[in-house]
Design a protein around this ligand. Structure first.
Ligand code: ADP
Ligand code: MG
Length: 417
């Protein structure tokens, strides 16, 4: 027993240290797909971890080698995908081959098996809400196959050793899942904090100058209007609408800006979400049909949420407007509401089949002044994010270039009336 504990601890420590180091290189994030560079780095880190595990085997009964390399293969494949997983697998297979001995084939076979199982259940695992339970099922399925192979191929069986080995395997595997899920959560909170910090910063900046600009602006606007009415100057008559339009645009930018900065008086009330969406759809229909877009809203109401009705309307409208603007020729914007009575939340999903966003765009959306449109302000998403956060909701963007975007707003539900 004592002789087992030392190499076991070494194996477990190696795996944990590599997990934390992976998170240091590239903080684990659920939101964005991994880039090739990240995949390669995770793959090499995983390989290094697995190889170190192999150099400190827990036990070598005869010529067998028991270590926790399969944990590395499975975790990397489950979380990072087939490419990093197969990098780890490949290095493990080569090393196991070089170590040699009677059981090369078995050693390689059980390694490949761990990769295949992790790969087969990857989607289910990533989509599941209870990762620990799904992880347990995956581990047990693997143990079953692993033990079957051992029983049929390796003659001797030390029951006590197997018990210790599989228990350690299971605990390490589940503990790693637990740690990684927590790292996801912590990273998300850090990002959120940084984003809120940015909003506060531009808020203070904005508040200090916006008012100063707004007043002279209205004076200028008034005089232009006045002059263009009385003047006989053709040029002035011709260009004054353009001047006014640009002035209005400037004004609306400032208004948006102030909305983010000023803790405006919010009117908290019980807001009928389904009616708010319906209103937005009616308001946006003319703009939509002008752009050859159909808005399809499947009203599953009533849903009541707590918040400021005008703000919520603004938030939903910004998202619908972006969806319409993303459609180059013609298309559909689909709005769905989906209650989750278990969590007591409602999800508003606004999907378009427009041009979609690259991962760079996804990273930047919601940052002040980030826009890809010639006439955009880059403030819409920021205002929306702020409003949804104030309602203690969350907002997420999922997008594929060329296919479209889904914006998912989740809000806490009030008891329906
Ligand atoms: P604006 O609409 O003024 O550009 P937003 O903050 O509303 O500012 O949006 C920022 C950017 O995010 C847009 O310029 C666009 O590139 C991208 N974007 C937002 N929504 C979508 C969408 N539904 N489809 C594709 N791109 C989008
Ligand atoms: Mg917009």
């Amino acid at each position: 027993m004592v002789t087992l504990i030392k190499p076991l601890l070494v194996n477990i420590t190696i795996l944990f240290s590599f997990t934390f180091n992976g998170n240091l290189f590239f903080p684990f994030q659920t939101k964005q797909p991994l880039t090739l560079k990240q995949k390669l780095i995770y793959g090499f880190l995983g390989s290094f971890g697995a190889l170190l595990c192999m150099f400190y085997p827990i036990e070598t009964l005869g010529e067998t080698h028991f270590d926790l390399r399969m944990v590395a293969i499975m975790i990397v494949t489950l979380y990072a995908g087939w490419l990093p997983g197969s990098i780890v697998l490949l290095s493990v297979v080569i090393t196991r081959y070089l170590i040699g001995g009677q059981f090369i084939l078995i050693g390689i076979l059980v390694s490949i098996l761990s990769f295949l199982i992790a790969f087969a259940f990857r989607r289910i695992f990533l989509n599941s809400r209870h990762k620990i339970i799904t992880g347990t099922l995956i581990a047990f399925l693997y143990f079953y196959l692993y033990i079957s192979i051992l029983a049929s191929a390796v003659i001797f069986l030390d029951t006590f050793f197997y018990m210790v080995y599989f228990a350690a395997f299971y605990i390490t595997f589940i503990a790693l899942i637990f740690v990684i899920e927590n790292l996801f959560r912590i990273n998300k909170q850090i990002n959120e904090m940084m984003y809120m910090d940015k909003l506060t910063m531009i808020g203070q900046l904005a508040a200090s100058i916006a008012h100063e600009i707004r007043n002279p602006l209205s004076t200028v606007r008034g005089f232009i209007q006045f002059l263009s009415q009385d003047s006989s100057d053709e040029n002035l008559k011709k260009f004054s609408p353009l001047i006014l339009e640009e002035l209005d645009r400037t004004n609306s930018i400032i208004t948006n800006y102030l909305k983010v900065s000023k803790p405006e008086q919010v009117q908290l009330s019980n807001v009928p979400l389904h009616e708010v969406i319906q209103d937005c759809v009616v308001l946006m229909r003319p703009f939509a049909s002008y752009s050859n877009v159909v808005i399809d809203y499947d009203d599953k109401g009533p849903f009541y949420v707590q918040g400021d009705e005008q703000h919520l309307k603004q938030a939903v409208m910004n998202v619908i407007k972006n969806a319409i603007e993303s459609i180059p020729e013609q298309g559909v914007v689909r709005i769905l509401t989906l209650p989750d009575y278990f969590k007591n939340t409602v999800e508003v999903s606004i999907e378009d089949n427009g041009r979609g966003m690259t991962s760079e765009q996804l990273r930047n959306i919601g940052l002040p002044f980030y826009t890809t449109k010639t006439k955009g302000t880059g403030l819409g998403s920021m205002v929306t994010n702020k409003i949804i956060r104030e309602m203690e909701g969350s907002i997420e963007y999922e997008s594929t270039v060329g296919k479209g975007t889904a914006v998912k707003i989740v809000l806490p539900l009030l008891k329906s009336e």
